[in-house]
Structures are given as structure tokens and as C-alpha cells.
Design a binder for this molecule. Structure first.
Ligand SMILES: [Zn+2]
Length: 199
């Protein structure tokens, strides 16, 4: 027996999410059917609004409603330091510590030769342009994750930026090897920034 078309389509939609297989998608689809109509409408509208109203900041690459984003537009932030992260959610993790007051740059990925991902596939060119145009920037803190790709990306950035006289540092590894910065607790993140080392 086949499911009626609307629920079959809902199952298919859920299966597009990462880590959701047929079984979980089916469970979620039937759960959705049991939800209040108001909640379902709100859920659908949130999906559409997130996609429609958010864009990437043309300066730092972070997700934002306004371009440039509020962080890039804030003159009270320390304009001399850029912290480079893999994903927008890493900016949130760092902001939640309330201890970092500089600027950010979001790469949207890492270098991964195994997956054929080179410097042109992530948001590196705009970082270099930013550094060329803003001579006040003196330090780039590379906060990519503590795994092989994260390390390779950090080394690449150090090689590219150091000849231009920019200090390139890496988060101290209070972060366990292989760990993601968005899973680190706030105290660990603060310590990792304080204990950063020059590459
Ligand atoms: Zn920005």
C-alpha cells in the first residue's frame, strides 16, 4: 500500500534533511499531521522566511538580515582582529561567550583535497580582499575545527597572510583534537582564544 500523495511528499521533504532516513522522515511526517494547524503554519512560514529574509554579509560572509551585518557595522568592535570560523553557527558560539569583541570571517567550509575542495570553493578570496583594503587589521585568529581539514585550512591561511605582515594565530587546544567549536562550552572557548598561539 502506498501513502496518499501529500504525506508521501512530506516524507520525501523530511528525507532531504541531514541525518534523516526514511524511518525518521515517516515518523516526523505523521507527527506533523498530528500538530495544531497553527503550529504547522508557523513552522512552514519560518522555513520560508529564513530562506527569503536571510542573506550572506558581503563583508564577513555571516548570515544576516541586513548587509553588511550588525557586527561588521558596529564601530565599537575591535577592528584590528578577525576571527575566522567555518560556519555561521560558530559566530554564535563565540558571541555567546561575550569575551571576543573583534570581527569575524565565515569560510563556509574548509579546505578538503579529498573532497576536491580548494581555496576557490570556500570564502577565502573575500578575506584576502578585506585584509588588503583595511590596513588596521593586524591579527587573524583561525578558529577552524581541530581536525585534519581545519588544520590544513589554518596552515594555508598562515602561508597566505603572514608575508603581508599579518599575525596569524590558532585557537589553543583546550579544544580536544577532532572537536567542533560549536560543541565546546563557553569557558573552553574563552580559554582557547586567550591561549591562542602564533602560526
Ligand atoms: Zn558581516
Amino acid at each position: 500500500m502506498q501513502y496518499p500523495e501529500p504525506i508521501a511528499q512530506l516524507i520525501e521533504s523530511y528525507m532531504k534533511l541531514p541525518g534523516i532516513g526514511q524511518k525518521s522522515a515517516t515518523r516526523l511526517a505523521f507527527y506533523t499531521l498530528g500538530m495544531d494547524e497553527e503550529d504547522v503554519t508557523g513552522f512552514a512560514q519560518a522555513l520560508i522566511a529564513a530562506k527569503r529574509d536571510l542573506q550572506f554579509c558581503s563583508v564577513c560572509g555571516n548570515i544576516t538580515e541586513a548587509d553588511p551585518c550588525v557586527i561588521c557595522q558596529d564601530p565599537s568592535r575591535d577592528q584590528t582582529t578577525i576571527l575566522v570560523v567555518e560556519q555561521s553557527k560558530d559566530v554564535m558560539s563565540m558571541e555567546n561567550t561575550r569575551e571576543y569583541h573583534g570581527l569575524y570571517h565565515v569560510l563556509h567550509g574548509v579546505l578538503s583535497p579529498m573532497d576536491g575542495k580548494g581555496p576557490d570553493d570556500i570564502n577565502i578570496a573575500s578575506l584576502i580582499k578585506r585584509l588588503q583594503e583595511n590596513e588596521v587589521i593586524t591579527e587573524v585568529i583561525v578558529a577552524t575545527n581541530a581536525n585534519a581539514e581545519g588544520e590544513a585550512t589554518a596552515m594555508y591561511l598562515a602561508r597566505m597572510l603572514k608575508p603581508a605582515g599579518i599575525k596569524v594565530t590558532r585557537l589553543a587546544h583546550g579544544l580536544a583534537v577532532g572537536s567542533d567549536i560549536d560543541y565546546a562550552d563557553e569557558m573552553t572557548l574563552i580559554k582557547a582564544v586567550e591561549g591562542r598561539t602564533e602560526l
